[in-house]
Design a protein around this ligand. Structure first.
Ligand code: COA
Length: 415
């Protein structure tokens, strides 16, 4: 089975190479002389906030690298543990280093009971799981007496705890939402398998574990996206890593960012069946409704992560007629959007378009999709915050003031 997945990813990589006709060619790497000149658009479009050795997105070609390694190779051969090590330490681990890192993650999996007690107080019907996750991670910081160690090494230790415990907390939230007691993490399972177990209460199959592992690899880092930048901005004031990551979760929650994976599923369900796709899309265009799971600030080509998640969704779609139906709707919508908005506006599927179908096939509730993103992206958030901390300067951009220059103060009784 794992050979089948490898073949599938290798085929996606072959297609991507054929279409983009090249290996990744980082256009924005190399020495940066500060201050540097760049044209900045609304939403900081085009702004260069820092230099980094962690990862690069070539938006024109649709390529993504972590520490120089191509995302297709990582998806095919790596694991989330290895990828997290790569992001945090800058190179692939040796066998021994990987074993030690894996053991450290396992050791840090359990969270203090007080975290579950706080989660139990949060109303599940009206609270989004990402809001609960944000609260729980903040509480974890309150309970960790090493949270104020403001050295790079101290923050690195906290980061590894955060990578381990984000999965435990997200797993607990999935169960508490269903009125079930959280489970203790298993020591004998990989990060991905343990996370699935904590959510579903069942030991996952090898195939399901590998699919979750690949998804965690694909979401681990992605340039200066909103939540990564948020985490870095908070950390640059020399705040603590728990606070910085809490802010990252809040940023990731929104539907323009990580929250899109959940919205995609609601849209596909709203469409209902493949025959309705054209009419639904036409109406979306007329009402200027954004189609969730499409478009990207950096990618002006097909997102390489969607190239992998699409075939994985297809593979899993055969499990259930409802999922097969969702997949057929998605493929039709993908084709329509690419034809109509691809050449015109460079709008193509992004990572969130097919991930929801994959998660649905793994038996995960729709509201729990975005926490999966957080369980993965915490590696990229912390790796980049740590890198920046090594040569820190507080982030402090400016705004162009467009208000009146001078207004006379009118006392309250005269207004
Ligand atoms: N559906 C329809 N049109 C879209 C679109 C989408 N999902 N995404 C972008 N466009 C169009 C915009 O309407 C705009 O058209 P215009 O020039 O005629 O006004 C053009 O493409 C540029 O888009 P813009 O909104 O300026 O891009 P951005 O860089 O500010 O925003 C996103 C990027 C990701 C926020 C945006 O594409 C979006 O909202 N996508 C849907 C949410 C989503 O999937 N988010 C997950 C990102 S990983």
């Amino acid at each position: 089975m794992s050979d089948q997945i490898r073949d599938l990813i290798a085929e996606a990589a072959r297609r991507a190479r054929a279409e983009t006709n090249d290996e990744p060619e980082p256009g924005m790497t190399g020495e940066v002389q500060w201050p540097m000149q760049c044209a900045v658009g609304k939403g900081l479009e085009g702004a260069i906030a820092t230099d980094t050795r962690i990862g690069y997105v070539n938006g024109a070609k649709g390529w993504l690298i972590y520490r120089g390694l191509n995302i297709f190779d990582l998806a095919e051969f790596s694991t989330f543990e290895e990828t997290s090590y790569l992001l945090l330490y800058g190179q692939l681990p040796t066998k021994r280093q990987l074993q030690d890192f894996g053991r450290t993650l396992v050791r840090h999996r359990p969270v203090p009971p007080a975290v579950y007690e706080v989660l139990a107080q949060i109303p599940t019907a009206s609270t989004h799981p990402m809001a609960a996750l944000r609260t729980a991670i903040s509480v974890l910081g309150n309970l960790d007496d090493s949270s104020e160690k403001l050295t790079v090494e101290g923050e690195r230790e906290v980061s590894i705890k955060l990578i381990a415990q984000m999965a435990t907390v997200a797993g607990a939230i999935a169960r508490i939402r269903r009125g079930e007691a959280p489970l203790a993490p298993r020591e004998d399972l990989s990060h991905a398998a343990n996370y699935l177990y904590l959510m579903t209460g069942e030991e996952p199959s090898e195939l399901n574990s590998r699919i979750m592992d690949i998804s965690l690899i694909l979401h681990a880092d992605h340039g200066m996206n909103a939540s990564t930048f948020t985490t870095m901005v908070v950390n640059s004031s020399l705040s603590d890593m728990y606070g910085s990551v809490t802010a990252g979760i809040a940023s990731l929650k929104g539907p323009l960012h990580g929250g899109a994976n959940e919205q995609v599923l609601y849209d596909l369900e709203e469409i209902g069946n493949p025959e309705n796709v054209e009419k639904w899309f036409q109406h979306a265009r007329e009402t200027k409704r954004k189609v969730m799971g499409f478009g990207h600030r950096v990618y002006k080509a097909y997102d390489p992560r969607a190239r992998i998640l699409g075939p994985l969704a297809q593979l899993l779609s055969h499990r259930d007629p409802d999922i097969e139906n969702l997949y057929k709707i998605a493929v039709k919508l993908d084709g329509l959007v690419c034809t109509q908005l691809g050449s015109e506006k460079k709008v193509f599927p992004n990572v969130d378009f097919y991930s929801g179908i994959v998660y649905r096939a793994l038996g995960i509730e729709t509201a729990m999709f975005t926490p999966i993103f957080a369980v993965s992206r915490v590696s990229g958030w912390t790796a980049r915050a740590l890198e920046y901390l090594g040569d820190n300067r507080i982030f402090r951009p400016r705004a162009l003031y467009t208000g009146p220059p001078r207004v006379e103060y009118v006392p309250l009784e005269k207004r």
